[in-house]
Write a protein that binds this ligand. Structure first.
Ligand SMILES: Nc1ncnc2c1ncn2[C@@H]1O[C@H](COP(=O)(O)OP(=O)(O)OP(=O)(O)O)[C@@H](O)[C@H]1O
Length: 241
């Protein structure tokens, strides 16, 4: 497993304002696979992703990246683990406006004081299709192109797993499709691992597997999803709740 949580509970607030965002979730994200996390609004998708990625801590239960149990790490080790073994793609592209495309892609490596693996970065640039834009700055690119830069940046350090939170949320459907195809290619052609939160059945259909959350619990899983099958499953949850 590239990442997993066991008996994950996350409680926000206390007393009257207590919210059980995760209510005993156990789920593993296999290496070399593209997994989508789906569920109605408020079902705990982002919370699960943030806790699995070490961006937030669980109230109880455990979260692992590879063999490392996150709650056992002090702040410094957790920061290093996030830096070296995890990549992130967010809805907002979060590129540095003053840096070029090339500089944005290698920024995590530069900050870590690592020398970029030139061949790997070159393959990434080829895969995201931005070779002729390397000297441009983010503001000179379309939203879809900016998100492709963010995807390349997420994979630059060859992390164990890339977590993507609604990566197509700010994109039109054509650019969104390009970014999803790119994530799929990273998994299938470059043997990477991706975990993506989405509420869009069309986006989820790009994954190898979909895990469904409802009310902070894991309620279902689906292999080789299609948009229609995912939509049907979502409708079934909404009727029930
Ligand atoms: N920082 C927080 N403080 C208090 N409650 C929170 C906090 N973050 C999330 N919650 C609550 O936890 C629950 C799960 O939220 P979460 O954002 O994980 O859901 P989600 O499935 O990602 O929703 P959406 O699809 O709307 O983004 C919700 O009821 C939410 O209001």
């Amino acid at each position: 497993m590239a990442a997993r949580v066991e008996h994950a509970v996350k409680v926000y607030g206390s007393g009257d304002t207590e919210v059980r965002a995760l209510d005993g979730v156990s789920v593993g994200f296999q290496a070399g696979r593209f997994t989508a996390i789906m569920g109605p609004s408020g079902s705990g998708k982002s919370t699960l992703m943030h806790c699995a990625a070490g961006l937030d801590t669980l109230t109880s239960g455990s979260a692992h990246i590879g063999d490392s149990e996150l709650s056992g790490l002090d702040d410094r080790r957790l920061t290093l683990l996030r830096r070296d073994r995890v990549g992130f793609v967010f809805q907002a592209f979060n590129l540095v406006p003053t840096l070029t495309v090339a500089e944005n892609i290698t920024l995590p490596l530069d900050l870590a004081g690592c020398t970029a693996d030139r061949e790997w970065v070159d393959t990434l640039i080829e895969t995201v299709g931005l070779r002729d834009r390397l000297r441009h700055r983010p503001a000179q690119l379309s939203g879809g192109q900016q998100q492709r830069v963010a995807v390349a940046r997420a994979f630059a350090g060859r992390p164990d797993v890339v977590f993507a939170d609604e990566p197509t949320g700010n994109l039109d459907s054509r650019s969104g499709e390009e970014v999803l195809n790119l994530l799929g290619r990273a998994v299938r052609q470059m043997d990477r691992t991706v975990v993506m939160v989405t509420h869009d059945p069309v986006a989820a259909a790009h994954a190898d597997e979909v895990v469904f959350l409802a009310d902070g619990r894991l309620v279902d899983r689906m292999e080789s999803p299609t948009a229609e099958a995912v939509l049907d499953r979502m409708k079934a949850f909404e009727v029930r709740s």
